[in-house]
Design a protein around this ligand. Structure first.
Ligand code: IMP
Ligand code: MG
Length: 173
């Protein structure tokens, strides 16, 4: 598979995002990263270590894709507790159409956090709704419309363990 973003490129950008979040939330008494599982697993693990602040970590399990075809997002299990009054940063692997984030934001707002922002490793500006062209405070990389795997992103649950982001070519070779 063709490498789109190599390990060093990802690591450098994650450090920048972590530094920006550190600067922006220095005054916050209660920063909570909420990772959207399972795609954000690598990004969440690296990003939290790039933030030099006390913080809490939660996870939300959301299903949306079947293979490379989009479906309706469904939130599995419970929204992390204790978010009332907290400053939440949603950590997402990729914004494709943006419907997963729409569902996540709606669910999180019920918990009455003080603020909610989005940190996404990847975004597909050619596909996402206008809301997510402007509504992402921390945006790692803007990419084309092709399907990608690796660094947490899967095709039918495989390839999440690639240390880089690659263009999915249909056969995995
Ligand atoms: P959206 O709801 O259309 O924005 O889709 C977002 C979700 O679909 C992400 O959280 C991913 O889990 C998955 N997804 C979207 N595009 C890709 C891709 O190119 N590779 C792997 N997963 C993707
Ligand atoms: Mg996802």
């Amino acid at each position: 598979m063709k490498v789109l973003l190599d390990e060093a490129t990802i690591a450098a950008r994650v450090r920048e995002l972590g530094a920006a979040i550190t600067a922006d939330y220095r005054e916050s008494g209660d920063l909570v990263l909420v990772g959207i599982m399972r795609g954000a697993v690598c990004f969440l693990a690296d990003l939290m270590r790039a933030i030099d602040l006390p913080l809490r970590v939660g996870m939300l399990d959301v299903r949306s894709y079947q293979g490379t075809g989009p479906g309706q997002p469904s939130i599995q299990g419970d929204v992390p507790g204790g978010l009332a009054g907290a400053d939440v940063v949603v950590v997402e692997d990729i914004i494709d159409r943006g419907v997963t984030l729409d569902a996540v934001m709606t669910a999180l707002r019920w918990e009455r956090p003080a603020s909610v922002e989005v940190c996404a490793l990847l975004r597909k500006p050619g596909k996402c709704s206008p809301r997510w062209l402007t509504g992402v405070k921390y945006d790692g990389f803007d990419i084309g419309e092709e399907f990608v795997v690796g660094y947490g992103l899967d095709y039918d649950q495989r390839w999440r363990n690639l240390p880089y982001v690659a263009l999915w070519d249909g056969d995995g070779e």
